[in-house]
Design a binder for this molecule. Structure first.
Ligand SMILES: C=CC1=C(C)c2cc3[nH]c(cc4nc(cc5[nH]c(cc1n2)c(C)c5CCC(=O)O)C(CCC(=O)O)=C4C)c(C)c3C=C
Ligand SMILES: [Fe+2]
Length: 388
């Protein structure tokens, strides 16, 4: 098998307040995050949104100590995984590849080439697959493999697209939930509130993103593993922009529980395995306020898995299993197909005619001018709906 490497994929986060704006620019430049009909508009729009959003976003990062803990935690997970693999007799070097901030995926791949890795296991730290997360990182990798002969010829890879149904992951989640439940005075009446990061509805309904299906299956499996009688709800958080996202929204679902006189709520962040801004700021500060105003007096959150021993042990088993079984290719996972429509292609088939392309261009130009006017005047539709 030769030299084995494991590439942990993650989103990345700004480490300092000055990083927030370029981080947001990178994020909104990704066509898997904002799907536009014309590609040339992507960067101007990313510049516009990051320029107008970064101050609000910086305020949130200030509340959690001035930066995202994601790099530190992902590196700790990498170390723990390397140690766990060594204990199981599998030597492997672990690399971290972030999509929108340092250490970037491209830099990790440069290291992998330098270290002459023969077999690379590609493991996203997202339990469930989404076009916007694992899919986007797989696309970056696919392009690198296509472009670079050394990679294409010398580095064999095993691709893991999602792993939300792993027994060790489920058990680790259930253990963390049980530990928190047992700290409530009336533990059987606590409402378990699964909160997943949302995606726009169009990702699921038009582009065929399996994310919602996997989130729902994961919630059911965790409830089964936990084996407690508590009622539960699944809701979606972190909505951005004016389009419809998966529902129910976390804030509405909390309000509804308050109206039903529910007093004890335990929030379980489900789409991510590290603490990050959306657990530390959005849930712990913003949603806590919503809950308390709605009359939920005991509001707690389950901590993220981070380097939980059972979880890391299971990731190590997953890596070993994937080395010994046939792997999917990037093209199996992210090439547009009848079921899964990655950006940009199919949604814009109507744009394949010359006249439609011309009109797309004109409309995009008009839109861009309107955005510039709005940015500088502070008035317009995007301000009215809250995106700027
Ligand atoms: C499974 C997890 C995630 C999905 C799905 C996801 C989709 C998604 N996110 C945005 C917009 C933003 N995401 C931001 C930060 C952020 N998002 C995730 C996870 C998922 N995103 C993480 C782990 C982080 C980083 C957290 C950190 O600690 O820094 C941000 C920036 C933060 C902010 O300004 O609020 C934005 C913006 C979209 C549009 C989207 C799906 C289309
Ligand atoms: Fe996000």
């Amino acid at each position: 098998m030769g030299r084995v490497g494991v590439l942990l994929l993650n989103l990345g986060g700004p480490e300092k307040l000055e990083d927030v704006r370029p981080f947001l620019f990178n994020l909104f430049s990704d066509p898997e995050i904002i799907r536009l009909p014309v590609t040339w508009l992507q960067k101007p729009l990313a510049w516009l949104i990051s320029s107008s959003r970064y101050k609000k976003s910086q305020e949130n990062y200030k509340q959690i100590g001035g930066g995202s803990p994601l790099r530190r935690i992902t590196e700790e997970q990498a170390q723990a995984l390397e140690a766990s693999l060594a204990e199981k007799g599998q030597e492997a070097k672990i690399y971290v590849g972030m999509r929108y901030w340092h250490p970037f995926t491209e830099d990790a791949i440069a290291e992998i080439k330098k270290d002459k890795i023969d077999h690379l296991v590609i493991l996203p730290l997202y339990p469930q697959f989404s076009i916007s997360t694992s899919g986007s990182s797989f696309r970056v990798l696919e392009k690198l493999w296509e472009k670079d002969r050394v990679l294409g010829n010398n580095v064999k890879y095993s691709l893991i697209s999602s792993w939300y149904d792993r027994p060790g992951y489920l058990q680790a989640m259930a253990d963390l939930i049980a530990q928190q439940l047992d700290q409530f005075e009336h533990r059987d009446r606590v409402h378990l509130f699964f909160s997943a990061h949302g995606v726009p509805v169009s990702y699921v309904e038009e582009a065929g993103d399996p994310y919602q299906r996997e989130i729902e299956a994961c919630t059911a499996l965790i409830m089964k593993t936990l084996n407690r009688p508590n009622p539960h709800t699944l809701a979606y958080q972190s909505r951005v922009g004016p389009v419809e996202w998966l529902q129910p929204y976390t804030e509405d679902a909390l309000q509804e529980l308050g109206e039903k006189q529910v007093k004890d709520v335990l929030v379980i962040p489900i789409s991510f395995v590290s603490e990050h801004i959306e657990t530390l700021q959005e849930i712990d500060i913003e949603y806590r306020e919503v809950a308390e105003e709605a009359g939920i007096s005991n509001f707690r959150r389950v901590p993220a898995l981070d380097t939980h021993a059972r979880f890391i042990d299971d990731l190590a088993d997953l890596v070993i299993d994937s080395l010994n079984s046939p792997s999917q290719k990037f093209s199996d996972v992210v090439r547009p197909s009848e079921e899964l429509k990655m950006y940009p292609q199919e949604r814009w088939e109507m744009g394949m005619t010359t006249s439609a392309e011309v009109w797309n261009g004109r409309l995009a130009m008009l839109g861009f001018i309107a955005l510039l006017v709005e940015l500088f005047s502070g008035k317009g539709i995007l301000h009215a709906i809250g995106i700027l």
